[in-house]
Design a protein around this ligand. Structure first.
Ligand SMILES: Nc1ncnc2[nH]cnc12
Ligand SMILES: [Zn+2]
Length: 333
């Protein structure tokens, strides 16, 4: 039995495994520029965030129908459940699909086919978070929020992702204000490749409740002090940081120092099909490579539920937290 945990930083398009990509390509008559799954996996050598995003957006071409989105989400939820995920707050990128003529309704209703029965089928409760692409215009983000209006009963919050440097949070002040007025929760990627200043802006200008990544806060002790004092959750993604070269190796990851500093850290898988591991794999890796103690792992799991948007289901949060506290780590001989 794995440790129960919530996944708070997961791009559903980043769970597209090569096998499913080829299956959907065949189903939809899409030709991929790779001979087979082996050749595709060979392309997973990234220099930075942009080199990953190029492949990530390219491969999305296979996602066309509601059923495609349902199959994608269902495959993720089955894998996540097997690794102890009990609650998942799932990002999706509607502008990347709109660019290919796939409308908001196809994406949201397709994902909902899987999410709507996830608790019953996989034991995983879910929330959907609509992300705006920060390398698109502020006007496009506003249009995207408008397009989402008919589906807001399915959407818990908004986020900000894609190429960070040169696209500061303040560019999206208006759309975040409108989303807040609609009662949507707010998060944003900040401090993945971008400077600590972007983290401050995400908090002060966008009013975010969690910071996705936030890794580079460690360059600014005053900011670390503020994040600790205000108990701002960070959704860290250590395997992603290695693959996108934000850190040299996993052994160099600042997670232990961040926990030591008192930051409210969670660990997550970001784009697990591309970065070599799902939520449980990530917990195992930080235990093995960073030497985090079992009590630190329990703290990370506890933090994941505390930082989740489960305010509308406090009973579930309480039950999941109780599972975390009762968990007995396997004894190794
Ligand atoms: N790690 C990441 N950073 C920014 N945008 C993303 N979209 C998917 N994964 C992302
Ligand atoms: Zn991300």
């Amino acid at each position: 039995m794995p440790l129960s945990k919530a996944e708070l930083h997961l791009h559903i398009e980043g769970t597209l495994e090569p096998e499913l990509a080829f299956e959907l390509a065949a189903r939809n008559g899409v030709t991929l520029p790779y001979a087979d799954t082996e050749a595709l996996r060979e392309a997973y050598r990234f220099q930075d965030l942009q080199s990953f995003l190029n492949l990530y957006y390219e491969l999305m071409a296979v996602l066309r129908t509601e059923q495609d989105f349902a199959d994608l989400a269902d495959a993720y939820l089955a894998r996540a459940a097997a690794q102890g995920v009990r609650h998942a707050e799932i990002f999706f990128d509607p502008q990347a699909h709109a660019a290919r003529g796939i409308g908001m309704g196809t994406v949201v209703e397709g994902l909902w086919r899987a999410l709507g029965r996830s608790e019953e089928r996989h034991g995983v409760s879910t929330r959907l978070i609509l992300c705006f692409l920060r390398d698109e215009s502020a006007a496009s983000a506003l249009e995207t929020l408008e397009a989402a209006r008919p589906y807001l009963d399915r959407i818990t919050g908004i986020g900000l992702d894609s190429a960070e440097v040169g696209h500061p949070p303040a560019k999206f002040r208006e759309v975040f204000e409108r989303a807040a007025a609609l009662g949507l929760r707010r998060v944003a990627h900040a401090g993945e490749e971008g400077p600590p200043q972007y983290i401050t802006e995400a908090l002060d200008v966008l009013g975010v409740e969690r910071v996705d990544h936030g890794l580079r806060c460690m360059e600014d002790p005053a900011l670390v002090g503020r994040l600790v004092r205000e108990r701002v959750p960070l959704t860290l993604c250590p395997l992603s940081n290695v693959r996108l070269r934000a850190v040299d190796t996993l052994a160099d990851h600042p997670l232990p120092a961040m926990l030591e500093a008192g930051l409210l850290c969670t660990v997550n898988s970001d784009d697990p099909a591309y970065f070599g591991g799902y939520a449980g794999d990530t917990f195992d890796a930080v235990h093995r490579v960073l030497g985090l103690s079992e009590e630190r792992l329990r703290e990370l799991a506890r933090n994941s539920f505390l930082a989740s948007f489960l305010e509308d289901d406090e009973e579930r949060r309480r039950r999941c937290l109780a599972e975390v506290e009762a968990y007995e780590f396997p004894r190794t001989a």
